[in-house]
Write a protein that binds this ligand. Structure first.
Ligand code: NAP
Length: 490
């Protein structure tokens, strides 16, 4: 790995404190950082290198640390004081980075700042010559939201592209850790027995659920302008859908992988404005009880406007119009203040075609399911039917769990793996612009319809599994939501 200089815009903010610096520290402890990597914090506070190091020391010390390793890590840190609204600060930054031999000319610019400032900062970097790759590479890292809808995503991208080309931009999606993506890929493509079944002939439907028991946690200001569809479905859940539905890529390099994901997104049947109600459902949590404690409704959370119709729950039914998946419904669902926090992909198979057991006590044969639980634990479970013990011909569901189910692993933090990939220049886990753009195209008609229908929104009690009415998206009566691994199927 080449030496580089890791510049953090927003070095005094929450993301830098709770994610970026702890991840860099742990990578250093694990011996994964290049020896000449330096971290330059950019901030408008008048901090010295020494003061910034003391700050970072206190941030890191909130968890158990090895003091010798921390002292060594802190030597990598420097602080540059500047205001990002002032062009002059960027001239100063350029002179600072290029004037001293201690900084590698390979530069990473991490935008730990408000998305409203992404375009301004990339513009100034371009203007002072810091996006230009002469003498070293330059990489720009941004976090979602990548726009607010298709139009704003296009304009943000056009703005970034004035100074940075696609190969220099890393769009982070920290929701899917590297391990999870690799698990899905290995499960799908390293098991030959699955491939013949993984299509419309055998699969009845697919559900992708991300549930959270938390509410807006002091971020209501941001959340109320976003809502569940933008915050989770447009980004994270559509990413998961592409991994479950895509064709095997030619190899695991970034472009092959992302090409296949884009093909899935492009094949999603557009939701016509007049069909939004048949394909999408939204709701907002009302007061209820979560984990035995009473929880206020969304409208009573601090910072939420009294007349808000922002959805805290969204469900979407999508069809992928390709050879493999035509007419198989994919149900995507997410919500805040639900009973439990969990992420799971549930794949339901069809019923066997022959009613062999018609004359027996097996009155209704249950279908097979494959459940891929992603958070908080990785687990893969197969539900099959076996004969119950005894003289009678009865069936029961048995579960085959992959051996690591339920084991709490000390998982690699998503940021550690992602930061290492940025340093290494590996784009595979980062979103290419066409992925972002096609994902916006999927949800845009729903966003438009919901933003114009502002008189009414369904509610659900906090701590429940969401509104009953969301079942209306299901295309058949024998389909219903699976919530957690433990819960029995119908
Ligand atoms: N926090 C998280 O867990 C998290 C998770 C995922 C994604 N993100 C994303 O990460 C980004 C940052 O979020 P955050 O939670 O870290 O926000 P934050 O705590 O509000 O931090 C914003 C940072 O921007 C700096 N800043 C603002 N205006 C500036 C200016 N004019 N000149 C120089 N610096 C300026 C602030 O400096 P001051 O300290 O001087 O105000 C602060 O360091 C956002 O895009 C967010 O969506 C955050």
């Amino acid at each position: 790995m080449e030496d580089c200089t890791f510049v953090i815009f927003g070095a005094t903010g929450n993301l830098a404190k709770i994610k970026l610096l702890p991840a860099l520290y742990r990578l250093d402890v694990a011996g994964r950082l290049p020896a000449g990597l330096k971290v330059v914090g950019f901030g408008r506070r008048d901090w010295s290198d020494e003061f910034w190091r003391e700050q970072v020391h206190t941030w890191l010390a909130e968890k158990p640390v090895d003091e010798t390793a921390v002292t060594r890590f802190l030597q990598r840190l420097h602080f540059f004081a500047g205001d990002l609204v002032e062009e002059q600060a960027f001239h100063g930054l350029r002179d600072y980075l290029t004037g001293a031999a201690q900084f590698s000319p390979n530069l990473i610019f991490y935008m730990a700042i408000s998305p409203a400032d992404f375009g301004r900062v990339s513009g100034y970097l371009g203007k002072v010559g810091l996006s230009n790759e002469q003498g070293g590479w330059r990489r720009l890292v941004i976090e979602k939201p990548f726009g607010y809808d298709l139009e704003s995503a296009e304009s943000l991208n056009a703005r970034l592209n004035r100074d940075f080309d696609e190969t220099q931009i890393f769009r982070i999606d920290h929701y899917l850790g590297k391990g999870t993506i690799q698990n899905v890929l290995v499960f799908r493509f390293a098991n030959l027995m699955l491939e013949p079944l993984w299509n419309r002939n055998y699969i009845d439907h697919v559900q992708i659920t991300h549930s959270e028991s938390l509410g807006t946690e002091g971020r209501a200001g941001y959340y109320d302008t976003s809502g569940a569809l933008r915050d989770m479905i447009q980004s994270h859940l559509l990413q998961l859908l592409t991994l479950v539905a895509m064709e095997p890529p030619a190899n695991l390099d970034a472009e092959s992988l992302r090409d296949e994901k884009v093909k899935v997104l492009r094949s999603i049947r557009p939701i016509h404005q007049s069909a939004v109600n048949a394909h999408a459902f939204r709701a907002q949590y009302a007061a209820g009880r979560v984990d035995g404690e009473s929880a206020p409704g969304y409208l009573d959370e601090p910072g939420v406007p009294a007349n808000s119709v922002t959805e805290t729950y969204a469900a979407l039914k999508l069809y992928i119009d390709n050879w493999r998946w035509r007419n198989v419904p994919f149900y995507l669902r997410t919500g805040k203040r639900l009973e439990k926090s969990n992420s799971m992909v549930s794949i339901r198979f069809k019923h066997p075609p022959q009613q062999l057991f018609r004359e027996t006590q097996i009155d209704r044969l249950k279908p097979n399911w494959i459940l891929m639980n992603l958070q908080p634990h990785d687990c893969i479970r197969l539900e099959m039917q076996v004969k119950q013990q005894g003289l009678e011909m009865r069936a029961e569901t048995t579960r085959l769990d992959a051996s690591y189910c339920g084991v709490t692993q000390a998982q690699l933090d998503a940021y550690e793996a992602l930061l290492l990939d940025v340093i290494d220049g590996d784009h595979s886990l980062f979103l290419r612009y066409d992925e972002v753009s096609w994902a916006w195209r999927v949800v845009d008609p729903v966003l438009k319809a919901w933003s114009s229908e502002r008189d009414f929104i369904h509610t659900y009690p906090a701590g429940s599994w969401g509104p009953k009415e969301a079942e209306r998206l299901m295309v058949r009566q024998d389909q219903r939501w699976r919530n957690t691994l433990e819960e029995d199927a119908e």
